[in-house]
Write a protein that binds this ligand. Structure first.
Ligand SMILES: C[S@@+](CC[C@H](N)C(=O)[O-])C[C@H]1O[C@@H](n2cnc3c(N)ncnc32)[C@H](O)[C@@H]1O
Length: 277
């Protein structure tokens, strides 16, 4: 079944409405191939029918399934290294100093966490850091990692904390594999102490951030690249509003805020970029 231009355009608008993801004209094949499986599943003869069902919200499941199919959940452990150098060598020492001075909670948000590698990398980084530099004042209970994504399918992997060998082979040192995972059949299960540090929740970045509270560090990496200029501007402004004074904001290596936000200030630590507000 081929998707017509008209059906493609309807889905393009729908997908941007529900997720912010902006698809270019040449992505016809992507929509067609990724949504193909849903035609049978939802008893539709063509993409137009599928669109109408989605638009009328005929099945609450359908919207989630379209989002799961369209989102790109590519991720890996300690992705790009630089952000974790900034986090572990610059941010965490400062947080431990603040904890010693009375700060009760350090809140970190992994704002498009996909299958959990990003928030768990942060949790492992914190755990290692505390072992050597907790100074008897900071422990796991001072850190809270909030991990969100729009894709319920991706989140379910993180919530389970079980990774196949392919995922385990991407970015994890042997030492961390041994220390923080237990092999069970085909899967490696994340250590329960690390798992307990992360709270997963479904959350759409288009939504209002009012109920989230404020954060000391925000990782919003490799997601805004899918959004239009206007959606990026709104997103970065909302993020700036919930970043605590002195907090850090980290985007993907290929991303920059220059065209989208005047409120953030670009900084560097050991040549690795991060932002403050
Ligand atoms: C390429 S992954 C990036 C994962 C991780 N941050 C990293 O850099 O490795 C992009 C993630 O953004 C999520 N996403 C896309 N649109 C979103 C939205 N509107 N709200 C929340 N998450 C969204 C996708 O589901 C996907 O898991």
């Amino acid at each position: 079944m081929e998707i017509t231009n008209q059906e493609f355009n309807l889905f393009r608008v729908y997908i941007e409405e529900v997720s912010g993801i902006s698809l270019e004209e040449e992505k016809t094949y992507l929509i067609e191939s990724r949504l193909k499986g849903l035609l049978d599943e939802f008893g539709c003869h063509n993409y137009g029918e599928l669109y109408r069902k989605a638009k009328e919200n005929a099945s609450p499941l359908l919207r989630n399934k379209i989002v799961d199919a369209i989102t790109t959940n590519e991720t890996l452990w300690f992705r790009d290294k630089g952000p974790y150098v900034v986090f572990e060598q610059m941010f965490l020492p400062e947080m431990v100093r603040q904890i010693a001075a009375g700060k009760s909670k350090v809140r970190i948000w992994s704002a498009a966490c996909s299958t959990g590698q990003e928030p768990y990398s942060l949790a492992m980084g914190i755990s290692e850091f505390l072992l050597w530099h907790g100074n008897g004042v900071a422990d796991h209970s001072h850190f809270e990692i909030f991990a969100t994504d729009i894709s319920s399918q991706a989140l379910s992997v993180g919530e389970l904390g079980a990774y196949d060998q392919l995922s385990m082979g991407r970015g994890l040192s042997d030492a961390y594999k041994m220390k923080y995972f237990k092999q069970t059949g085909r899967f490696s299960i994340i250590d329960s102490k690390i798992k307990k540090m992360v709270e997963f929740k479904e959350f759409n970045l288009l939504n209002d951030f009012g109920a989230l509270g404020t954060f000391d560090a925000i990782f919003c990496r490799n997601v805004a690249i899918y959004f239009s200029h206007d959606v990026k501007v709104q997103l970065f402004e909302k993020l700036r509003n919930i970043l605590r004074p002195g907090g850090i904001f980290i985007v993907g290596t290929s991303e920059t805020l220059s065209y989208y936000s005047k409120g953030f200030k670009g900084m560097e630590f050991n040549n690795y970029p991060y932002y403050v507000s």
